[in-house]
Design a protein around this ligand. Structure first.
Ligand SMILES: C[S@@+](CC[C@H](N)C(=O)[O-])C[C@H]1O[C@@H](n2cnc3c(N)ncnc32)[C@H](O)[C@@H]1O
Length: 261
């Protein structure tokens, strides 16, 4: 009897240890997204490759971009990876009307401006650092995403401030929940959703974006990372509309893609 009991306890202890050491993997498995993945080559013809030889493919001129590096002294949080920035910059080259939810340091806005044509208009909305204490947290909203909104809303000057590209950019300091999209409806070629990552804000920004897209316009969402706490509301919202909207995750990125076909 005692041996059986000891055996039982040792099995339970082993199970607990397995759970403890594989917490992240298990969480990721349980959160496994239903979303389909797509290679960047399939989202736009600008990403198609040129065959150099049997084992080498080169990007075409369409996806050669202007870029810059950001000094680590800035301590900017929540930035896109180089690969994500390249995708956004390449799409900006073929977009005349661009909208961004969430400016932060203006890194992505600046890349959009550097890579788009002279007559491109870029509108980016962001929270005024003086008003972050008025941001509401709703019941469904993830606590760490709510905290991040406050930590990221610290800029009123941007990486593009004082550059020649600034003339293409209009910054609107407004809570996107109060933003009226009437004048932007069906006007946008490309929208980047990277504002507040709480459920209520992602839902608000996405619903407004769907109305703002031109036919064949594209939306990219940033930070679709199943299992990551601060991204959980982005994942939850996007997963909740997958049966209504054809949204894909772009391989090797945290970007999701939708085209208004
Ligand atoms: C992750 S950062 C954006 C990063 C930026 N897109 C980039 O790629 O460099 C999030 C930004 O969203 C803004 N934001 C958060 N909640 C918002 C809201 N409800 N309305 C407008 N902007 C919001 C924050 O002020 C912050 O500037």
């Amino acid at each position: 009897m005692i041996i059986k009991l000891l055996l039982f306890i040792s099995i339970i202890l082993n199970l607990l240890l397995i759970l403890l050491f594989n917490k992240k993997k298990i969480k990721r498995f349980l959160n496994k997204s239903k979303i389909k993945e797509i290679d960047v080559i399939n989202i736009h013809k600008s990403f198609e490759l040129r065959n150099i030889s049997s084992n080498l493919k080169s990007p075409k001129e369409d996806s050669i971009i202007k870029s810059f590096s950001i000094s680590s002294d800035n301590n900017i949080v929540g930035m896109t990876s180089d690969y994500e920035a390249w995708i956004i910059s390449t799409l900006s080259k073929v977009s005349k009307n661009i909208f961004e939810f969430g400016t932060c340091s203006g890194k992505t806005t600046y890349l959009m401006a550097l890579n788009s044509s002279e007559d491109t208009k870029i509108t980016t909305i962001t929270l005024n650092p003086n008003e972050i204490n008025n941001i509401q947290k709703f019941d469904k909203d993830n606590e760490s995403s709510y905290r991040n909104i406050k930590n990221e809303s610290i800029y009123d000057k941007f990486l593009f401030s004082g550059t020649p590209e600034e003339k293409k950019i209009k910054v609107i300091f407004i809570n996107s929940v109060d933003f009226k999209n009437t004048e932007f409806k069906k006007k946008m070629d490309f929208i980047f959703i990277d504002g507040g990552h709480t459920y209520s804000v992602v839902k608000n920004d996405s619903e407004k974006s769907f109305e703002m897209l031109k036919p064949n316009g594209i939306i990219l969402w940033h930070d679709y990372v199943p299992g990551k706490r601060s991204s959980s509301d982005v994942v939850k919202y996007i997963n909740s509309i997958l049966d209504k909207k054809k949204i894909y995750k772009i391989k090797n990125t945290s970007l999701c893609f939708y085209k208004n076909c």
